[in-house]
Write a protein that binds this ligand. Structure first.
Ligand SMILES: Nc1ncnc2c1ncn2[C@@H]1O[C@H](COP(=O)(O)OP(=O)(O)OP(=O)(O)O)[C@@H](O)[C@H]1O
Ligand SMILES: [Mg+2]
Length: 488
């Protein structure tokens, strides 16, 4: 509807009947507009093809002359615009009691069918009945347009969702071609097809979380949340409220209702990292969820059903902990329905260079720097190293090497990036090395990096203008930056 009226196209080859339609519709000019009149099937198609949204309802004389007519024409009109409504009118003389004829017309896409008045009457049809038929057809068109829009939106959002999942699959793809890694990838596929809980065991940094994400994104649950909780990161007295949430007013500080992590994971996957660190009381509550699929929200009388797949990970030997009564045996069996063991990097040496090259490429792309050349000795050293921090350590080393701007990666460079040798190999740019025990806040680490990096660039430039230029900032900003970083 382009003018707030129902727009009509008349397809009629008899001048007299065109006039009768006009007369019939005249009293309803405020709501109905005759937009155009054509006399053949061919002209009809030509017109609606080039003016797709101009008409709402076609009033079609069944007996128009020319090749394209009747059911065939209706079908062709619907092919151009399936929401366009067709009202068929025929001569009084034919088909008055032929139900099959009328049914056939409806089946080919007409929304209504009526016989014209005898020729001695000025109206083509009883006017109000005719207008009601047109209004009904128009309502049908509106509904069909709405349905199409919804369908399109649904297809769009579905393809967006699929797109996001594909992106996640790419982002979390597991690198490695060792037989151990190949077998892990196959196991992930098998496990993803089931809904059973999984226990992932492996040293720190071997990729346990990555494996858990892969199981999630390859499973039916991929459209729902993947919620991860690092058990030791939650203080003991908050574990229950974090996992299960609470109702408003459940305790003094409960000003608002809070959804627990289990609720957030409903329909999806819940990843419990470092499960060995979960206190015994929380273990008992977790067991209840795994057994009954129900959570007890603090302050709520009735338990609440959740549908969650649990994947837990540990770098500890849970059997020893069970023996020491620090980990519940019943919980262990509930979690360990399926399991994956991730071998340390030193036991799958074929993966090292493959991971290294992959990380180098990604880091260089991310930081927009040239890819350094990896030397033979460099590769040999990487492969021989025992990697106590596994893949995470390897990834960190790569980032350091890339940020240091090394052009060729040899033994010295890797040793320096590992922090096991003097960092002079990098022409004075030394990255701070942090141990697991003394991790500074991100802001502090960033500041330290910026300070060392700017100092390094300045040392290798002749003037401040050159330094600013290399850093890609204006000279005035460079001075401000130096002040900020406490340089000069
Ligand atoms: N096979 C792999 N391919 C690509 N990246 C990997 C692989 N394995 C591990 N990583 C990367 O190494 C880092 C550590 O992996 P992840 O966090 O999954 O290890 P983890 O076993 O959960 O460690 P932790 O025990 O310390 O929690 C992540 O950045 C991860 O993306
Ligand atoms: Mg982890």
């Amino acid at each position: 509807m382009t003018n707030n009226k129902i727009n009509i196209l008349i397809v009629e080859d008899e001048e007299f009947d065109v006039q009768r339609i006009q007369t019939t519709l005249k009293p309803f000019e405020e709501i109905i507009c005759i937009k155009d009149i054509v006399s053949s099937g061919k002209d009809t198609l030509k017109l609606i093809k080039s003016n797709k949204h101009l008409f709402d309802v076609v009033i079609l004389d069944y007996q128009i002359s020319g090749g394209l007519r009747g059911e065939e024409l209706i079908e062709d009109i619907k092919k151009v615009d399936s929401t366009l409504q067709v009202i068929v009118i025929t001569k009084m003389t034919i088909n008055q009691t032929d139900l099959q004829f009328a049914t056939q017309l409806i089946e080919s896409g007409a929304s209504w069918f009526g016989t014209k008045n005898p020729t001695d009457l000025d109206y083509i049809y009883q006017p109000t009945d005719f207008v009601l038929a047109i209004k009904n057809a128009y309502e049908k068109r509106k509904l069909e347009i709405e349905k199409e829009v919804l369908k399109k939106e649904h297809t769009n959002s579905q393809s967006k969702l699929e797109n996001n999942i594909q992106k996640a699959i790419n982002r979390y793809s597991l690198i490695g071609e060792s037989s151990a890694m190949k077998s892990i990838k196959r196991t992930i596929e098998t496990y993803a097809a089931t809904d059973a809980n999984v226990l992932i065991i492996g040293e720190s940094g071997t990729g346990k979380e990555l494996v858990a994400r892969n199981i999630h994104y390859f499973s039916q649950r991929k459209y729902e949340n993947f919620v991860t909780v690092n058990c030791p990161a939650i203080p003991n007295d908050l574990i229950e409220s974090e996992l299960f949430g609470y109702e408003k007013g459940a305790f003094t500080d409960a000003k608002e209702e809070k959804a627990g992590l289990f609720e957030q994971a409903n329909g999806g996957t819940f990843f419990l990292d470092e499960i060995s660190e979960l206190p015994l009381l929380a273990q008992a509550k977790l067991l209840r969820v795994l057994e009954n699929g129900e959570i007890d929200k603090i302050g709520r009388k009735k338990s609440y059903g959740v549908n969650v797949r649990v994947i837990a990970a540990t770098n500890k030997n849970l059997e020893v902990l069970m023996h020491e009564r620090q980990f519940r045996e019943d919980l262990y069996y509930r979690l360990n329905i399926l399991n994956i063991h991730l071998p340390p990097l030193r036991e799958r040496k074929e993966d090292i260079v493959c991971l290294f090259n992959n990380f180098i490429e990604k880091s260089c792309n991310e930081f927009h720097v040239y890819t350094p050349e990896n030397t033979e000795e460099g590769c040999r050293f990487l492969t021989d190293f025992h990697w106590p921090g596994n893949v995470r350590q390897l990834k960190n080393v790569v980032q350091r090497l890339v940020l240091m701007g090394t052009s060729a990666i040899g033994v010295d460079e890797v040793e320096a990036a590992l922090g096991i040798k003097n960092q002079g190999a990098f022409g004075g740019f030394a990255l701070p090395i942090y141990s697991k025990e003394e991790v500074p806040h991100l802001k502090e680490a960033e500041l330290e990096f910026r300070r060392r990096f700017v100092q390094f660039v300045r040392k290798n430039s002749r003037t401040d203008a050159e330094t600013a230029n290399k850093l890609g900032i204006a000279r005035s900003n460079f001075h401000r930056l130096c002040k900020e970083l406490g340089l000069k």
